[in-house]
Design a protein around this ligand. Sequence first.
Ligand SMILES: Cc1cc2nc3c(=O)[nH]c(=O)nc-3n(C[C@H](O)[C@H](O)[C@H](O)COP(=O)(O)OP(=O)(O)OC[C@H]3O[C@@H](n4cnc5c(N)ncnc54)[C@H](O)[C@@H]3O)c2cc1C
Length: 266
Amino acid sequence: MQFVRPEIFHVAATYVDQEEMEQYLQALEAPWSTDAANTAEQLIEVAGRLCYRSFKPGLNKNVSKVREGNQPYLTNILNSKHGSVLEHGSDSYIFFNVSRVFTHEVVRHRAGCSYSQESLRYVRLDELRCSYPRVFERIEDEKKREHIKNLWIKHFESCEALQLELAQTLDLDLDNKTFEEKKKLTSAMRRLAPMGLATSILMTANHRVWRHLIQLRTSRYAEEEIRMVFAQVFEEQKKCYPNIYQDAILQEVDGIPEIIFKNEKV
Ligand SMILES: Cc1cc2nc3c(=O)[nH]c(=O)nc-3n(C[C@H](O)[C@H](O)[C@H](O)COP(=O)(O)OP(=O)(O)OC[C@H]3O[C@@H](n4cnc5c(N)ncnc54)[C@H](O)[C@@H]3O)c2cc1C
């Protein structure tokens, strides 16, 4: 067995074709530019301004003045809970070395979320990896702390030995088995794998969802692993998109950041 740490990889983000965007603005007869520092915030601003033709005063005769600047524009979007425009920007993350507990919880989020998860029907468990819960590491009594860690290691090692013995008994490594047969047997064997097993999941979601999930999953009432992972997601999102995440309020709870948004669930 091997101890690992959950990691996040921010593998994809929103792309804007600037030439096409320029052509749209010309078609609308609205020469306009933004100080947005990234394409997601640019696209969200365009989506909002498109709704009211508020690229410049007078383009829509009802609009006599417009907000200038991406940051104040997005402040207004968030304050007025015009959250649907946030759905135009999305990001993909690979959550690597997270447990099956994590993946089981995260896939409960449905609206605006897409997932691809490592299949344990196909992937053989010949080496079990896991992260060790921080809550056990924080036990003050050293003897108790070590005893629990030893129990954990013993259990994981015996689960790993069991997988290897099953594979050997079922002749999984011999060439006389088709891939289909191997898949069926691997799928049955995974039932004996522990929930703490490290695995990976690719998740794509839009900014309306990321905001909602960051708040729900960094909450002190959520599980520590998912809290730690979503605290990393928040840090990355805030760094990349300061205007979208501008209303975040952060405090540490049990050594992990807990994030709430002034404009909750936009
Ligand atoms: C701390 C914590 C503990 C949890 N504990 C448990 C538990 O013990 N057992 C358990 O089963 N689950 C548990 N959950 C999961 C929880 O019940 C939700 O399924 C999960 O948080 C997904 O919620 P969501 O708002 O992102 O839903 P999504 O399905 O992603 O929907 C997003 C939003 O769309 C709206 N929406 C979606 N579907 C509907 C609908 N049918 N009708 C009306 N509005 C809708 C809602 O506003 C919802 O918030 C827990 C979640 C958290 C954060």
